[in-house]
Design a protein. Structure first.
Length: 91
């Protein structure tokens, strides 16, 4: 089974950690010190969820999510330049 896994850095104070989650399985989240360990923990959590669902006779998990990478070209001149001219710095 192929599922989408999202890994992102998280911070608690000055400590950098990583969270991994599977959008196809709500609540399936793992937190670890490295991205690799977070993915490993997520894999174990997802495997447990799949087996638990099978034992309870629930429907199997379906892969609804897909990944698309957006490429955004930076604009040479900001389009909203006039919107921010009237803002003043508050100190």
């Amino acid at each position: 089974m192929r599922l989408v896994a999202v890994v992102q850095p998280t911070y608690k104070g000055l400590t950098k950690r990583f969270s991994a989650y599977c959008p196809d399985i709500p609540g399936c989240i793992a937190h670890e010190a490295t991205a690799e360990k977070a993915l490993e923990a997520l894999r174990a959590t997802v495997t447990h969820q799949i087996h638990a669902r099978e034992e309870l006779g629930l429907k199997s998990i379906k892969n609804y999510c897909k990944v698309e990478v957006l490429e955004i070209e930076p604009q040479r001149k900001p389009q909203n330049d006039g919107l921010f001219r009237s803002l003043k710095l508050v100190q």
